[in-house]
Design a protein around this ligand. Sequence first.
Ligand SMILES: [Zn+2]
Length: 237
Amino acid sequence: MSHREPLTPSSLPGPVWVVSPHPDDEALGCGGLIAALSGAGQEVWVLLLSDGGLSHPNSQTYPRERLAGARLAEWRAGLAELGVPGARTRALGLPDGELHACAGAIAGGALAAFREAPPGTLLLPWARDPHPDHRAAWAPLLSAARAFPAVRRLAYTVWLEERGESADHPRPGETRPLTLDVRPWLAPKRRAILAHRTQLGLIADDPHGFTLPATLVERALSGTETYHEVLTQEVPA
Ligand SMILES: [Zn+2]
């Protein structure tokens, strides 16, 4: 493993914006850092891109609209556990699974949100995190961030460790890896993840429905979060 410098949350300029393609990505990928920042009085805002409405397409009890509503409520409840009030959340409601077709809406929606509280730091899903919606978010989010030339851009990962191939990992020169010991904030991080009940077995009537893998949840609660500070605009998704 390459050398990784420790991340000091208080060194990140605020406001800190976190962008989440789906409700739960922010809890899994950076719940500890969000709790640390909130606890230190830093202003954290969170932008949700998709409606999360694709996880249980065959459920009768949770048709898409109900599911999307439930996921939005879970997302806000989870963020409250991390110290982020609803007033500092924004949701674009774009179609889950189709972010590849939403580049303009992501860039425009993110820019409008960021202008409400111009970001000093942006946490966004890594360019090659192995989920199509996460990859689709990269270019439009970097595009929106260009309006704030001094912003620090830290990529977080959700699926990279479980599902990534070697080419998906950051290459030399693309990023500077940083780690954060999140053991002091594991309790709120756990509560934030567990708030996503629809992703943890609540919906029983769709045999093909999505459930967060136990390995992913365990790693998210292992006590370390890794970030990749973006060093260049030239990172292919
Ligand atoms: Zn996701």
